[in-house]
Design a protein. Structure first.
Length: 298
């Protein structure tokens, strides 16, 4: 069975391009920029070529080209013009479109080609902040809207993880330059969204600290065990969907009781901290609203 999603509704096109379905219909009717196929019951659907064309048209439109002018261009001119724009202007929007196309078609070659093009002009940090973070945020919304499946999300997340691991290894082979504390990074039980904490690990290593990366679903007792081997630990916990908002304050209190002391701190990150009772926060238990905020705090 072919798992590649190769047909799309007009709502899918809206979600992926950011162009409202109403506008897409106007562009079809008035300018004939897309030719939808139709089911036996006369419902519009589109293929990958149509999606790619719409993403290219969207980029041109964002850079000031009128849809009336785009509609008169020969078909082969549109991607050529997009390539010219990307060569002389910010490639972020084009890269986002390319990564989304790679995800929709499970095309790892397109992912690597797009990534390598970005890396020829940007640092890995710039690629992550400017492209990967917005991409993952958008993917979360696409998943909620049922435009993509969990398979799409896992596919693109795995490829980003590969790049994170490669860049982390380059730094990790160097000896730490700062000895005043050690960072322990982990995800709570049943939390599997690992990209954020992986990137935080990269940044802390880049700052010259030693890290111990434990990954997903770590029980509190395992965190406590590390105190037998290290002093001055800063625990970094990233909470995207776990613990549940009804349990998060009990969880933080347990962490404070078991691992926070005169020589240890607790840093909290992720979407779930919005449900955190502020009474838990002090000079030993700190929350960060973004990766950027934590990096600047280091």
């Amino acid at each position: 069975m072919n798992s590649v999603k190769n047909t799309f509704s007009i709502k899918d096109l809206e979600n992926l391009s950011g162009i409202k379905a109403h506008t897409i219909r106007i562009w079809e009717k008035r300018y004939n920029v897309l030719e939808p196929m139709r089911t036996d019951t006369n419902i519009r659907f589109y293929d990958l070529l149509a999606l790619q064309k719409l993403l290219n048209i969207t980029l041109l439109h964002d850079y000031g080209y009128k849809i009336s002018k785009i509609s008169k261009m020969p078909q082969e001119k549109i991607p050529e013009l997009v390539r010219e724009i990307v060569n002389v202007k910010n490639a972020k929007n084009h890269a986002l479109s390319s990564f989304k196309l790679a995800m929709m078609n499970f095309d790892q070659n397109l992912f690597f080609k797009t990534y390598n093009t970005l890396l020829s002009e940007k640092s890995f940090r710039e690629v992550f902040f400017e492209v990967f973070i917005p991409l993952m945020e958008e993917i979360g919304l696409l998943w909620q809207a049922e435009t993509i499946t969990p398979a799409h999300e896992h596919f693109i997340s795995y490829l980003i993880k590969l790049k994170l691991l490669v860049n982390t290894e380059k730094i990790q082979i160097q000896a730490p330059t700062k000895q005043d504390r050690i960072f322990v990074l982990y995800l709570p039980m049943n939390e599997i969204h690992e990209l954020g904490i992986m990137y935080v690990n990269y940044e802390i290593l880049s700052s010259g600290y030693k890290t111990i990366y434990l990954g997903e679903s770590v029980p509190i007792d395992s965190l406590k065990d590390l105190k037998k081997y290290f002093n001055n630990i800063t625990y970094v916990c990233y909470m995207t969907v776990e613990p549940d908002k009804t349990e998060i304050n009990n969880y933080i209190q347990e962490l404070k009781d078991k691992i926070v002391d005169e020589s240890s701190e607790l840093w909290l990150m992720g979407r779930m901290i919005e449900h955190l009772d502020q009474k838990h926060l002090n000079n030993k238990t700190i929350s960060f609203k973004s990766i950027d905020e934590l990096v600047n705090y280091l």
